[in-house]
Design a protein around this ligand. Structure first.
Ligand SMILES: O=C(CO)COP(=O)(O)O
Length: 143
């Protein structure tokens, strides 16, 4: 990983065009980030935005959501932008829920739709300029 702020980008199939449009429109704002993305999402963005630094992970249904969840648990991400499709059943729904759950557990800035993503990308907190440690360390003994 880089020393730059890290952002994960994920989009379900029905939202991939919206994610590519978002990346094109916000290219200059995304440029300073180290980006990770689930497989197909990363591929689609890279095709249109080849100068963005995107590390592709596995495709979501094959473990990509879980890889991003692990990065959250390890404190390796500053934010998650996840354009979910709320109208289609997903074979890997448990992985999607697990990813969102970890983002909440670790109080990670997370946008699940376009409007929130636009707001999040303008946030100093996302760029690591403000503290991200607003929650106390979670004690395993309390779980
Ligand atoms: O399914 C996804 C997230 O749950 C996204 O995965 P892909 O980017 O590989 O399509």
């Amino acid at each position: 990983m880089t020393g730059r702020p890290m952002l994960a980008l994920v989009a379900h199939d029905a939202k991939k065009d919206a994610m590519v449009d978002f990346a094109l429109r916000n290219h200059d704002k995304l440029k300073p980030y180290g980006l990770v993305a689930t497989g197909t999402t990363g591929q689609r963005i890279s095709e249109r935005c080849p100068t963005l630094d995107i590390t592709p992970l596995k495709s979501g249904p094959l473990g990509g959501d879980q890889q991003i969840g692990a990065m959250i648990a390890e404190g390796a991400l500053n934010g998650l932008i996840f354009f979910i499709d709320p109208l289609s059943p997903m074979p890997h729904d448990v992985d999607v829920k697990a990813l969102m759950r970890l983002a909440v557990v670790y109080d990670l800035p997370m946008a699940l739709n376009l409007t929130t993503a636009e707001i999040l990308l303008r946030s100093a907190r996302l760029r690591g300029l403000e503290s991200t440690s607003t929650i106390p360390e979670i004690s395993v003994s309390k779980l």
